[in-house]
Design a protein around this ligand. Structure first.
Ligand SMILES: NC(=O)c1ccc[n+]([C@@H]2O[C@H](COP(=O)([O-])OP(=O)(O)OC[C@H]3O[C@@H](n4cnc5c(N)ncnc54)[C@H](OP(=O)(O)O)[C@@H]3O)[C@@H](O)[C@H]2O)c1
Length: 251
């Protein structure tokens, strides 16, 4: 797919990797719809897009709320008339604790944002993509660390959703595709907590070690890989996983 004049929704684009994705999509001349809960962060992303000459649009959205997601889809279609790409980037990793001690509500928030929130955006965008017989959905994968079972279970569920959705789309014989993305370890608000807190250093010591050794990827790495994926995407490839190291000539 050529991104010029296409419309892309990036969830969680007020920070970190989501912001880098939004900027890279805008650089490639797509209309970028930025969503997340913190409106001021989304507005900053849109400002950066506009400063670079791109088109951005902020819609404050809690992806775990059906009415918010329906509003996101409605407002995007009103503004741009189509949704060509959905990047499910928003994620939550707040529960850093052993299973025996985890706060059940925080644990469930991690599962809910990563799995149910991504399901909801797909659920409300997909009918539109199926009707147009065109579209790409990308779901952000994540590690499965000890001490992060809420996050890990949410991401594991999301990867199953990706795999089975790819099968459903093949049965429906539609040119709508779904992929999974893995950014590697990137320094962001989410991972900084793992390095800065006692619980993070206890359960996920590898994050601080990698930070200190400079063994991290940049948020732009997965953003650039995503542009390449979209360029070469075709239905036979649907269901596959990519990362900044993927060789797209041999995907
Ligand atoms: N950083 C890494 O090393 C790494 C590695 C593997 C995978 N990932 C994945 O990459 C994605 C981006 O993470 P990041 O590292 O860039 O961390 P981040 O800066 O903390 O980004 C997470 C984003 O998700 C949004 N979000 C959280 N709950 C939401 C909700 N209920 N509704 C809508 N948006 C919500 C947040 O915005 P609001 O708070 O404003 O809602 C925020 O912009 C996540 O899916 C993460 O699991 C990251």
């Amino acid at each position: 797919m050529k991104l010029e004049s296409k419309t892309v929704i990036v969830t969680g684009s007020g920070s970190g990797i989501g912001r880098a994705l939004a900027l890279e999509f805008a650089k490639n001349k797509a209309n970028v719809v930025c969503c997340g809960r913190r409106k001021e962060r989304l507005d900053q992303t849109v400002e950066l897009i506009e400063q670079a000459g791109g088109v951005g649009f902020a819609v404050a959205t809690d992806i775990t709320k059906k009415e918010d997601v329906e509003n996101l889809v409605t407002r995007t279609l009103e503004k741009f008339g189509a949704i060509n790409v959905l990047f499910n980037n928003a994620g939550s990793f707040q529960s850093i604790a052993g299973v025996y001690e985890a706060d059940p509500d925080i644990w469930w928030t991690d599962v809910t944002v990563n799995l149910y929130g991504s399901f909801l955006t797909i659920r409300y965008v997909l009918p539109h993509m199926l009707e147009r017989n065109e579209g790409i959905i990308i779901n952000m994968n994540g590690g499965r660390p000890v001490g992060g079972t809420g996050y890990a279970c949410g991401k594991a569920g999301l990867m199953e959703l990706t795999r089975i959705l790819a099968e459903e789309l093949k049965i429906l014989q539609k040119d709508v595709m779904v992929f999974s993305a893995g950014p590697g370890l990137v320094k962001t608000e989410m991972t900084q907590i793992q390095a800065d807190t006692e619980a993070g250093r206890r359960w996920i010591p590898s994050t601080k070690q990698a930070f200190e050794a400079g063994r991290t990827n940049q948020p732009e790495d997965i953003a650039r890989a995503t542009i390449k994926l979209i360029e070469i995407a075709r239905p036979e490839l649907s269901g596959k996983h990519y990362s900044p190291n993927t060789d797209f000539s041999n995907f």
